[in-house]
Structures are given as C-alpha cells and as structure tokens.
Ligand binder design. Structure first.
Ligand SMILES: Nc1nc2c(c(=O)[nH]1)N[C@H]1C(S)=C(S)[C@@H](COP(=O)(O)OP(=O)(O)OC[C@H]3O[C@@H](n4cnc5c(=O)[nH]c(N)nc54)[C@H](O)[C@@H]3O)O[C@H]1N2
Ligand SMILES: Nc1nc2c(c(=O)[nH]1)N[C@H]1C(S)=C(S)[C@@H](COP(=O)(O)OP(=O)(O)OC[C@H]3O[C@@H](n4cnc5c(=O)[nH]c(N)nc54)[C@H](O)[C@@H]3O)O[C@H]1N2
Ligand code: SF4
Ligand SMILES: [Mo]
Length: 682
C-alpha cells in the first residue's frame, strides 16, 4: 500500500509517498514536480529511523539524575510530572515552569497545543529556538513589508542565494533553482563557502563570515547611486527612501567592500546583476541567522527587494497568503505575567502565533533566577545540550533544574539531565497540520500512515495526556487530535476529512500577485517601511545600520590569540542537526566530522590531510581531523555541525558564545567565532 504524507525528518517538509506492508514502513520517496530530482538519503532510511533499536518505546523515569532510568507506565510517568508541577507551583510559582521547543516536531499544530498547555498551566514561558533559526529573520522581513517573502524561484531570471544551501537542506527549492538555471536564470551566491550552487553560479560572493550587513549596505549604495531602483514602486509603496538616500550618501563603498571581504568591483557587479535583471528574487537562509546582526542585516536585504520593485511579482519575492487557522494558544491567559524575554520586548511581542523564541533568555533565567527562578522544564523535540550555543553554560543550567521532562523519540545527550522521558511518535505516526503548509495558500495534511511504535504517542496527544492529569481538561475538550484540528480549521471551511480526501493537497486560494496595489502591506503605515518608526520608538536603528556598523559581529574578536574565524559547517543532507548518526547507512555516507581548512593555511601551519586538530575559544575546545579544501577561504575554518551527540570532543557548541547577541532578537553568534588551531600528534 502507498500512502501520501509530509516528511518531518528535517524541516524541509517534503510531500512523500510511503510504501507500507502489513502496517510497517518499507520505504519512502519524495514527491516532486521537477524532472531533475534530488534524492534524500534520510528519507531512504525512514524505515531504519522509525524502527531503530534505539527508539524509546515506553516512558522512562528516575528520581535523580545520578540514578538509571526505569521503564514505567504512562500513568506513573504522568503522575510523577503532576506531583512535581504541584510542588513547583507551591514552592515558587507557575511561571517557574517552562517549555523549550527544538525544530523537529513542527511549528504548526503541535506547537499551538504546547503553547496552549503552558498558557493553561499559567506560564508565559513556552520558548522556541527561532532566535537562531528563522524567526529572527522572519521578524525583520515583517517589520519591513508585513511578512516573510517566498522567493518565486521557478519563474525568476536572477536568483540570489544568500547564506542558504538548499542542495542539502531543502530539495524542492534546490530542484526549482536547477530548473530556473537551465531556463537561463542568473545565479548569485553569497556564502563564505564554495557550495554546490556557488560552483554553478554566475557570481560567487565570497563574503567574510557575519559581514553580510555591510554587503547589503554596499549594494543599496550602488543601486541608489546608479539609479537601478524602481522609482514608481518606491514613490507609491515605500516610506523612508529620502532618509535612506541621505544616509547612503555618507556610506563609503570601499569600506563596505572591505568589511565584506570582497573587492569594490565584485560588489558593483553583484549590484548591477541583481538590480538590472528582472524579475529577481533573494533566498535568504540560516547563514544569516545566528549572526549578532541578523535583524538589521535581514532588514537591509529586505529593503533591497523593495528598492528593485521585486516584491509580490511573478519570479520575485512573493508576499504569502496565509491560511486563516484559529489561534488556539490562549496567550491572553498569561499576558499579565512577564516572560523570561522581558529584555527583548519587540521580539517577544512580534507575532500572535509564532510565540516566544528567546532560548538564550531561558538559560539566563535558570542560572540567574531573573526575572524569577525557573525550576522545571519540558524539552520537546530538541537537544539543547548539543544544539544551543555555549554548551557548558547550557548544561550547567539543565543540571540546576529541579525537574526536566523530555518528549523525544531518542535518548539524546539532553537525556543525561532528564528525570522523565515521554516517548514521542515519529512524523509518520501522527496527524498534524504543518506551518509550512498554512503560511501560504497551498495546504496539505501530515497524515498518520502507521500506528505509533511501542507505547509512543504523538506530540499533540502527549499534551492532551498532560492536560488531563493536571485537571486542565476544560482547556482541551476534544476527544481526538482530529477533532481538535477540525476546530483549528473552522475559519477556513476545511476539515481533516476534506484534507484526507485530498492527500496531494488543496489550493485554499490561488496566488495573487501585486496584492499591495489594493491591500497595501501589513505594516503600520501599510507601506514598505524602509524607515521604521516602530524600531525608532523601540530604541533601535530605524534604517539598518544608520548609527554605524561598529561592533565586530563575531565573538572573541578582541583577543589576537584567536586568529581564525571558525564557522559552523553547513548542514549535510544525510543528517538533521544532532540526529541520525546511529543509522548505519547514513553513517556510511559521512562517517566522521571534519574541520575544513584552506590549502594555503594548511601549508603555513604544516597541517596534513587527516591530521588531528584541536580548536579552542575562551569557551572550550574540540578535536577533529583536518580536511584540506579549496571550498573554504583563507583565514576561515569550517567545523562539521551536529556531531556533539556522538562525542563531547566533537561538540561545536563548546566553542560558541552566548553573550554577544543581536539586541533585538537575542541571537547569539553561533555561526561564527574567532578561534585558535593547534596540531595534535602527526
Ligand atoms: N553552532 C550552531 N548551533 C546551532 C546551529 C548551527 O548551525 N550551529 N543550528 C541551529 C538551528 S537552525 C536549529 S533549528 C537548532 C536545532 O536544534 P534541535 O532542535 O535541538 O536539534 P536536533 O538535533 O534536530 O534535535 C531534535 C530532537 O527532536 C527529536 N525528535 C524528532 N522528531 C520528533 C518528534 O516528532 N517529536 C518529538 N517530541 N521529538 C522529535 C529528535 O530525536 C532530537 O532529539 O540548532 C541550532 N544550533
Ligand atoms: N539535511 C538537513 N536539512 C535541514 C536541516 C538539517 O539539519 N539537515 N536543518 C533544517 C533547519 S532547522 C534549518 S534552519 C535549515 C537551514 O538551511 P540552510 O539555510 O541551507 O542552512 P546551512 O546549510 O546551515 O547554511 C547555509 C549556508 O550558510 C553559509 N554561511 C555560513 N556563515 C555565513 C555567513 O556569515 N554569511 C553567509 N552569507 N553565509 C554563511 C554556509 O556556508 C552554508 O552554505 O535546514 C533545514 N534542513
Ligand atoms: S529533505 Fe528529506 S528528510 Fe527533509 S523533509 Fe525532505 S524528505 Fe524528509
Ligand atoms: Mo533551524
């Protein structure tokens, strides 16, 4: 039997066909509309992932982290959690209980129910990891033109790939880029690394890590100086162009090129190619996230889209048409209680359903007990002991908790600090509505295609169970997940039944371009806000970098001993963050992690291929083998990402810093940091 669903083994959310025999997954394949397709190695191993011997099949419990876990019944585990919650509420307050979400279980319905649960419990502290993933970037788009844009790659004539590597992270987008390239589209890649797309690009901008803001300013300057802008769009639909021009008149193009690590000629070439080729789109990615200037850098890139009139046009950057689900998060119940994100008010209040994403603030609150102590934490679909910046600090915080409850499929590194683990079902074992499919008008259901493995339960069902044992059933009146999802779908006129009958998805609404002509933009002024009064009143630059591009965006820049820039390696297509190293077929593809180093640096330091290196920063050290590679620029090393799950000596986040942060989105410098290299043995 073949079933269609959505894969969530990573956040690309591909539609897939799953082969099922006698209720068990045999194999799976991506569904794609393109002729040249990309195979996903993770999906090919879906069977091994789902039926892995390492899956947690029953709840696990221990009274203290020095004991071993014991398998218990759901009732025992839930009763233990309920008792702990009552104790924390009595000894502290309900807001001393928090929930931290990783990326795996989806930001759609499962997140909505987790936030609702925390609201019902009386705590505002349901925290996601969007300060380092794309919520910080999404906020900057939104502050500029009301929403994040979706690049219309297939119909574009010029595609800028800025800090993104879709070949490994988003195969559907990668297929669209290849299709457009074959139809003649120009490709510009902005990346410190020579990626798959940089190899085939018309122009590769070898950016100095974390200096993308300077590049964006330089591009604006050339576009304005050479009148490559769309004056009608600017006059009718933007505010702040005159202030921008005045600011740019003081910008030194040489300085912007120097900061970006490229020549003035390269900068001009990019501005001209992007400014003159119509329509053009910009794909921005995680290379910009995790920078300490992510917000203003993304604002600057967003303004480039507006200056060139590429917004909401065919082949440009589309303003999505969200599907109007009911907001069920009940955050009004806790609006009078300050959250741990009090120091980042704009980010805290940015969106009604994205929720709170200041994960660094949560760690601070645990350690410093400000604005109040955090004593109990739920970690759902995340591995913070490995994936959050400054692992030593994060682990100290996890250790300090009175109770840590994990909701996961596997006993990851974070489990070392857990008291209870509730076994979660994989993406193929549960039905949910994905955010990737409600943020724009095409909706498809992630449908349960096999029964839950062992005694595992889907994330939404686990929340229902927790609510029940805590006496919060009134807030969760539904008899099944499907019934709850139908409630969320009410404003759309759709139901789970309709979606099940249309497994390949439904167009809720056809795409409409140039919506701004009749509707304006979803900003306070209804225009593209090149100048943002909201930012000005919040105490921030109303035009990106108008008060200077001063502070070095990379951590540990003030210590000359740390003379290389280390960057987190791009994601590889066989793993998701810290996941799947235990899957034999995937491990065969990429058996161990490497530090990529430029041949010139290797020669100077007399480093041989395969030589063991120690990399250190003021935060810690790691050890990996060297791989000499032309794809990496001089003075920079690329360190493989996600291997901390396998060994502490491979944990990249022992090197990263959580102190230097974006002042608006509390984003730490996780992408890049100054570091020192030493050779170990021969
Ligand atoms: N230095 C540095 N740090 C980074 C990054 C980087 O590039 N460099 N990347 C950052 C980014 S963008 C992200 S998104 C984060 C990722 O951070 P995490 O989300 O913590 O990363 P994962 O390793 O994917 O951990 C996901 C966990 O969820 C579990 N899981 C999988 N599916 C499900 C499910 O359906 N339900 C439940 N309950 N659990 C499930 C997996 O077993 C795994 O333990 O890391 C960030 N940290
Ligand atoms: N296979 C796989 N797919 C995934 C994931 C996974 O773990 N594995 N994770 C999912 C998640 S949560 C996310 S957030 C996405 C991320 O997807 P992408 O945005 O594609 O993320 P990366 O591959 O980490 O980084 C993109 C590029 O940024 C570059 N880069 C690094 N530093 C800089 C910089 O300072 N400036 C610029 N301009 N570029 C820089 C890197 O060299 C890399 O080529 O992928 C999702 N898909
Ligand atoms: S890229 Fe692979 S793992 Fe990620 S969603 Fe698509 S099929 Fe699944
Ligand atoms: Mo992410």
């Amino acid at each position: 039997m073949r079933e269609i669903t959505i894969c969530r083994l990573c956040s690309a959310c591909c539609p897939v066909k799953v082969e099922i025999l006698e209720g068990k997954i045999q194999g799976a394949q991506r569904i794609t509309n393109f002729e040249k397709t990309i195979t996903c190695p993770k999906l090919l191993q879906a069977k091994d992932i789902v039926y892995s011997k390492k899956r947690i099949l029953r709840p696990l419990l221990r009274n203290s982290i020095s004991e071993d876990f014991k398998e218990v019944t759901w009732n025992e585990a839930l009763s233990f959690i309920a008792e702990k919650i009552e104790k924390i509420k009595k000894d502290y307050a309900q807001q001393s209980i928090a929930l931290l979400r990783g990326m795996a279980a989806d930001w759609g319905s499962s997140w909505d129910y987790s936030v609702r649960f925390m609201s019902a419990l009386g705590s505002p502290n349901a925290i996601g990891n969007g300060s380092v993933c794309f919520v910080a970037r999404e906020m900057a788009h939104t502050y500029t033109y009301g929403s994040i844009t979706i690049p219309q790659v297939k119909d574009s004539k010029c595609i800028v790939i800025w800090g993104k590597n879709d070949r490994n992270t988003a195969p559907t987008m990668a297929e669209a880029i290849i299709y457009a390239k074959e139809k003649g589209a120009k490709i510009i890649v902005v990346d410190p690394v020579k990626t798959f797309f940089a190899e085939m690009a018309d122009l590769w901008i070898k950016i100095k890590p974390a200096h993308d803001g300077a590049l964006a300013l330089g591009l604006m300057k050339v576009i304005v100086d050479e009148a490559l802008y769309e004056i009608d769009f600017i006059n009718n639909y933007c505010i702040g162009f005159d202030s921008l021009c005045e600011f740019l008149s003081k910008i030194d193009i040489q300085e912007m090129a120097r900061l970006s690590g490229i020549s003035v000629d390269e900068l001009k070439e990019m501005a001209r190619l992007y400014g003159k080729t119509k329509p053009a789109c910009i794909i921005d990615g995680n290379g910009i996230d995790m920078q300490t200037k992510v917000f203003q850098t993304t604002r600057a890139i967003s303004i480039l889209r507006a200056l060139t009139g590429n917004i909401d046009i065919e082949g440009g950057d589309f303003i999505p048409q969200p599907i109007p689900l009911k907001n069920i998060q009940l955050r009004d119940l806790v609006s009078s209680i300050p959250s741990v994100m009090v120091d980042y008010p704009l980010f805290e209040k940015f969106h009604p359903t994205w929720g709170l994403h200041g994960q660094s603030c949560l760690i601070d609150a645990i350690l410093e007990e400000k604005p109040y102590p955090i004593k109990m934490l739920f970690v759902q679909s995340g591995n913070p002991a490995v994936t959050m910046m400054d692992s030593h600090k994060v682990r100290k915080a996890l250790e300090k908790l009175d109770c840590l409850v994990m909701i996961d499929m596997f006993k990851n590194k974070t489990a070392q600090y857990a008291h209870v683990i509730l076994p979660a079902s994989s993406c193929f074992e549960k039905t949910q509505i994905n955010r990737a499919y409600t943020r724009n008008s095409f909706i498809m259901l992630q449908k349960k295609v096999i029964e839950p493995v062992g005694e595992s339960k889907g994330d939404i069902e686990i929340i229902f169970e927790l609510a029940k044992i805590l006496g919060l059933k009134d807030y969760f009146p539904w008899n099944s997940v499907e019934e709850a999802l139908d409630y969320q779908l009410q404003p759309t006129g759709l139901t789970i039944d309709i979606l099940l009958k249309n497994p390949k998805g439904i167009w809720y609404e056809k795409p409409r371009f140039r919506k701004y002509e009749s509707e304006g933009f979803k900003t306070p002024s209804k225009k593209v806000e090149i100048f943002s009064e909201r930012l000005l009143y919040g105490g921030f630059d109303p035009i990106p970098f108008i008060n200077g591009f001063n502070q070095n965006p990379i951590s540990f820049s003030n210590n000359r001993e740390y003379n290389f820039i280390g960057i987190s390696g791009e994601r590889v297509n066989c793993y998701t963050h810290s996941q799947f190293r235990h899957v034999t077929e995937l491990r065969n593809i990429e058996p161990e992690p490497y530090i990529d180093i430029n041949p010139l640096d290797a020669e100077t330091l007399k480093i041989k291929e395969g030589q063991m290196l120690r990399v250190s920063t003021p935060k810690g050290k790691i050890e990996m083998k060297a791989r000499i590679s032309h794809s990496i620029q001089k003075g920079v090393i690329k360190i493989a990402w996600g291997w901390g799950e396998e060994s502490d000596s491979w944990n990249l986040n022992f090197l990263t810093d959580d102190e230097l942060r974006d002042p608006i989105t509390c984003t730490p410098s996780g992408r890049s940091f100054y570091c020192k290299i030493e050779k170990l043995g021969d």
